[in-house]
Design a protein around this ligand. Sequence first.
Ligand SMILES: [Zn+2]
Length: 432
Amino acid sequence: MLTPDVIEKVLGRIWASPRINADFAAICATGGRFSGTASEKAAVEWLAPRLAEATGAAVTREPIPYRGWSRIGARVTDARGVTHKAEALGRSPATPPEGLEAPLLDLGRGTPEQILAAGEAVRGAIILVRHEFMVGTGHVHRRKKYECARDAGAAGFLIACHEPGLLPVTGSAGNGGPGNIPCAGLSHEAGAALAAQSGQRIRIFVEGVFEDRVAENLLATMQGKGEELVVLSAHIDGHDLACSAIDNASGLACALTVAEAIRDVVPGLARGVQVGLFNIEEWALLGSAAHLAQMAPAERGKRVLNVNLDSLAGAEGITALTSGVPGMAEFLHAALGPAGLSIGISAPFMGNSDHANYIRHGIPALRLCAGFDRPLSNMRFLLTPADTPDKVHPHQLKLAASVAAMLVLAGCASAAAPVPRMDEATVQRLTA
Ligand SMILES: [Zn+2]
């Protein structure tokens, strides 16, 4: 078990450290880190030596081949001939040079139920739906809306930001393969202007280029007494509309700070800690999926818990998205109680970050995030040009790092596995 002096030492280091803010600023300064861009490469080059320094361990650079894509431009010409700025969604197919012209169909929020209820009207139309606050109960993910519209025969897909302020929204959509449809994000204002023309013909232009590429995951392991590992993860990549400050420079800075604060404690604990900084997360979690898929089963079997840090600041308070993993809520209470820390818990399965891939392999995993069910917090700026460093307060980073550190240490210190490993049937039930 963790002794009070260990807790005091680790939390004292986190709260006294000026480094967390400096790391956060340095990561934001690399830019939006969209996979395949110079900004993402610069972030990997900055993170690799910093991860080695923070963990005191060698860093493995794990190459992940993937079908890359570059955003070039997008716009929409409405029925009156007015052109609206747009942002291509990640991996959108390009439209022909003259654009794609079709009737616009405004489906409001654009839930799968709304899309199915529209029936044959969807076929051949450009569908307009709304982005929604992403870290909350009942959120319907953009990808679900896109896939439903595509599968119902839509010709194109537009998603308008829920937040006023001329902020186009982005994100990825589709799988980069054949059969996908051109898609782009709009500002709230452009969406409102277009909605008034539902039923009329509009023209969308999307430019982008596909290319085979390689991205790198960064991994470093601090050994404990035994072979088992707790995995502390955060994703590197982001979107290039801003500098992906909340999502996920906040998680990266916290992961580095936690590693630095606990590295001299870990060798005395039952389990070690692997820090995994995963790439291409924004593209349907490709980096962590490949990392786990190519791992030998015996290696996967050593991993007992994944604490995934994604969008940890920009709001007061931290929530654990437990995905209903049996025993996880009990573990959280036991782990945080001794430090007097408390967090919210949301139990529905959340497949929206790298922890989901651990769950799919039966490894208990959770995501920590800020601002859950707080739609007025700065979390509303995720995936927009307003995801900038000014949205984050340093104390939010330190609180998140404190929570993460306590979870990782408790996961390393317990005599038995901190949370029971899940069998296939449990995984199926949780992820259904
Ligand atoms: Zn994220």
